[in-house]
Structures are given as structure tokens and as C-alpha cells.
Design a protein around this ligand. Structure first.
Ligand SMILES: Cc1cc2nc3c(=O)[nH]c(=O)nc-3n(C[C@H](O)[C@H](O)[C@H](O)COP(=O)(O)OP(=O)(O)OC[C@H]3O[C@@H](n4cnc5c(N)ncnc54)[C@H](O)[C@@H]3O)c2cc1C
Length: 413
């Protein structure tokens, strides 16, 4: 049998990781990217990778991802091991953290409980007010997602895959056993910005929709309905008067929806990056037309939260900010698999919300399994991530609680 030709739509972290898993298993792969590599949510992320969660399945997914990150790190991907501290406000959360330490330990990951009176040993500037303690993973950290996508794109190319940038999929035709995709043409005269109107056609055996916040639009080209809510999130650089004499780990004030959502981490000496993981958006954003800059109101909100949690940072002041989109699903878990079980050659890999950098390696693995083996054979339990009729529902149906106030639904993390 000849190797199947698979088109992956989108060159964010999910698309590139899927493409890499496919080429490694012998598929012929073409990645089509409407803009440039990592130009979507991936390039706007703050790049944190960690496993300090409480749900065993979520931890298991990250065990798979971290295995791959370690491998790529060995091959030259830069990974900053600053550690990850998730804060607890209640004893119940501390119990969940204790369980997490056990689960992570069994999977070979290092983590430990930090009591309230030990928090300052780890983060000397933190105010422990209202905190019971935390869960700390010393090996977690962050990377540059733009660099990650380009690094992995290099592997895809080296293994014979093709990555075509500025190639937007505009239309689809199905035929027995495959698809013809219609993409935009070449820019022929850059100076005069004339665009070649000639349509291009690409035949393939299977398609992976890794279109991020645009995945519903891509699905619609195939006559499918996909429910992903593009949720706007902002990140801001914090400048300090002088470098800290310790490395600020990633600090996250959110456990299963409880907490402010404030998070911050070391970026470079004298610089932190902060974000609020929890927002109260009342409408989905248009990924082609949203405010990609930080709003003044959010800067004030963020400053207040920072003042409460790290009141004495030396000369802290807000620097540049930006906004990007979390592609969110109703149950806040990614979609990986076919929307229609009777069409296993059309796979969705999207909806990773605020975790699409750290989950990309395992999502790519599961998506490639679906394409090449018809089931997610290498990650136990991941069949549950398929966009089934029960899961692929409007986000508003599950998140009424969230939309009514600053709360999150049960599954929000
Ligand atoms: C401020 C912020 C901070 C974040 N921090 C973190 C973090 O610390 N850790 C973490 O794990 N995650 C984080 N995330 C979430 C993470 O960035 C996303 O979950 C992830 O980038 C989603 O990747 P993706 O590949 O699905 O989508 P994208 O990166 O958006 O890629 C989709 C691509 O598809 C392309 N495309 C769309 N339509 C078409 C078409 N018709 N034809 C061809 N190409 C098309 C787009 O151009 C785009 O490049 C953060 C997000 C934001 C906004």
C-alpha cells in the first residue's frame, strides 16, 4: 500500500505536532497554513507547560506531552525549567494536591506539596494571605511557542513533509476515498500586492482540521458543525526595577475554577509576564476581527490582583500587553477525533482552550492515531476526546454559570 496523503489545516502547535506524528509514521503530509507558522493563538500564548493539575486524566495527557517535550529538548528545543506553583485556598484543594503528587509520582513526575508557611521560601515576594499552600512541580516551565512550532516544522520538512504558508483552504470537494481542497494562489507581484486569483487544487486521502479558533469555519467547508468558542485573553509584561535574586516560577491562582485566575512567571531577568486565566466573556470573538491589544481596564484589574498577591515587587510597572484567543469547547476539553464516526478520514484536532501548547504533543499523537489506525491506540482513554454528539455542543449550553458571573462551570480549570 502507498502511504496515505494527509493534509493538516493550520500550522499552530496542534497542526505542527499532528503533522510530525504523521510523518514519523510514514504518511505523506502537507500542512496548509492561511498565514504563517504560529501566527494564530499559538504565537500569542505565554507558553507554559506543566502538569500541576488534579484530574487524573488531565495529568495522564500531560505525562504523554512531557515525554515528547523532554525528547525535543534533548534535540535542541529551548525549555525554561522555572517550576510551576499552583496555589490552594482551602484544605480540600490541598487534599486534591496531595493526590496529584501521588499520581504524578507514579508517572515519574516530580511534584510536592508546599504549606502556607513555606510559600515564601519558594516565592519570597508572595503574600500567603488566604492561602492554604500550593502544589509545586520543579521541572515544569515555559517555552517560546513560536520557536516550538518552527522547530517542529523543521522536523516535519526533514522527514519529507511539506508546509505551505499563506495557503488558506477555501473550499472542499469529496470524492470516494478522498478530498480535493481548494486553496488560494501565489502572490505574483509583491511590490504591487497583486494576488494571483488562480485557484489551486490539492488531492488527499485524509484531512486534519487543526484550525484553532477558525476550526468551526474549516469544519463548515466540509458541511460539518463544530462548536468552539474563541475566547479573548490578555497577557502583560511586568517590568521590575531590578532583577529578582531568585527565579519566579509560574504561579497560578486557580484550582478547578476557584481562585482569581491570576498567573505570572519569570520571562527574563527584571521581567515577568502576567495573565488572567479566567475571563467573563459574554460573546465569542470573531478570530478575523478582534482587539488583539490589551485593554486599559484589564491592566487595572491585573495590577490590583498583582498588588494583592505580590505586593512588594521592586518597582513593578506594567509594560506592553497583547491579546489572543483560547479556542474553548463546552466541556473545556479538546476535540480530537472524527465529528462523524462514519467519516474517519476527517479528523478534528482543535479546542485546546488555554492549554494548547502543553497538550499539543499528545493531541498530535492522538490525531495521528485516528488518521492512521482509525482509533487513538497509543493514549488510553483518549477516545473520550472525540467531538461526539454529546460533547460537540454550543459552549453556552454548559457555561451558563460562567456567563452569569465570574464563575466557571464544573469542568473549567
Ligand atoms: C494570551 C494567551 C496565553 C496562553 N497561554 C498558554 C500557556 O501558557 N500554555 C498553553 O498550553 N496554552 C496557552 N494558551 C493557549 C494556546 O495558545 C492555544 O490553545 C493554542 O495555541 C491553540 O493552538 P492551535 O494550533 O489549535 O491554534 P492556532 O495556533 O490558532 O493555529 C490555527 C492555525 O490555523 C490557521 N487556519 C485557520 N483557518 C485556516 C484555513 N482555512 N486554511 C489554512 N489555515 C487556516 C490559522 O491561520 C492558524 O495559524 C494561551 C493563549 C493565549 C491567547
Amino acid at each position: 500500500m502507498t502511504a496515505p496523503h494527509v493534509v493538516v489545516i493550520g500550522a499552530g502547535t496542534l497542526g505542527v505536532c499532528t503533522a510530525l506524528n504523521l510523518v514519523e509514521q510514514g504518511a505523506r503530509v502537507t500542512v496548509l497554513e492561511a498565514q504563517s507558522i504560529a501566527s494564530g493563538s499559538s504565537g500569542r500564548s505565554v507558553g507554559v507547560v506543566g502538569s500541576q493539575l488534579t484530574d487524573p486524566f488531565e495529568i495522564m495527557l500531560r505525562v504523554h506531552s512531557l515525554r515528547r517535550f523532554r525528547q525535543w529538548e534533548g534535540q535542541g528545543l529551548r525549555f525554561n525549567h522555572i517550576g510551576y506553583l499552583r496555589l490552594a485556598r482551602t484544605s480540600v484543594q490541598m487534599e486534591l494536591f496531595a493526590k496529584s503528587v501521588e499520581i504524578q509520582g507514579e508517572a515519574g513526575l516530580r511534584s510536592r506539596l508546599i504549606r502556607a508557611n513555606e510559600l515564601r521560601d519558594l516565592v519570597p515576594h508572595i503574600s500567603p494571605d488566604g492561602l492554604e499552600g500550593g502544589l509545586f512541580g520543579p521541572d515544569d516551565g515555559f517555552l517560546d511557542p513560536h520557536e516550538m512550532c518552527n522547530f517542529l516544522a523543521g522536523f516535519v520538512r526533514a522527514k519529507g513533509g511539506e508546509i505551505r504558508q499563506y495557503r488558506k483552504v477555501l473550499g472542499v470537494e469529496r470524492w470516494p476515498g478522498g478530498y480535493t481542497l481548494e486553496i488560494n494562489g501565489d502572490p505574483i507581484d509583491r511590490k504591487r500586492r497583486l494576488i494571483d486569483r488562480k485557484r489551486r487544487l490539492i488531492d488527499c486521502d485524509a484531512v486534519v482540521n487543526a484550525g484553532g479558533a477558525w476550526a468551526p469555519q474549516v469544519a463548515a467547508l466540509f458541511g460539518q458543525r463544530l462548536h468552539i468558542w474563541p475566547e479573548r485573553h490578555e497577557a502583560i509584561v511586568i517590568h521590575l526595577d531590578e532583577p529578582l535574586d531568585y527565579t519566579m516560577p509560574m504561579v497560578m491562582d486557580l484550582v478547578n475554577g476557584e481562585g482569581s485566575g491570576l498567573n505570572f512567571r519569570h520571562e527574563k531577568p527584571g521581567e515577568l509576564i502576567a495573565e488572567i486565566h479566567k475571563v467573563d466573556a459574554i460573546a465569542p470573538e470573531d478570530p478575523d476581527n478582534y482587539n488583539d491589544q490589551c485593554e486599559e481596564r484589564s491592566k487595572v484589574d491585573l495590577a490590583e490582583l498583582l498588588l494583592e498577591r505580590v505586593p512588594d515587587l521592586p518597582g513593578a510597572r506594567l509594560g506592553r500587553g497583547w491579546a489572543g484567543l483560547y479556542p474553548v469547547t463546552a466541556d473545556h476539553r479538546p476535540f480530537v477525533g472524527p465529528i462523524d464516526a462514519s467519516e474517519p478520514t476527517l479528523i478534528t484536532a482543535a479546542g485546546a482552550g488555554g492549554y494548547g501548547i502543553q497538550l499539543a504533543p499528545v493531541i498530535g499523537q492522538i490525531a495521528a492515531d485516528w488518521v492512521l489506525h482509525g482509533a487513538p491506540v497509543s493514549v488510553p482513554g483518549s477516545q473520550s476526546l472525540a467531538p461526539s454528539v454529546e460533547r460537540n455542543i454550543p459552549v453556552t449550553d454548559r457555561c451558563v454559570v460562567q456567563r452569569a458571573g465570574r464563575l466557571r462551570c464544573d469542568r473549567c480549570r
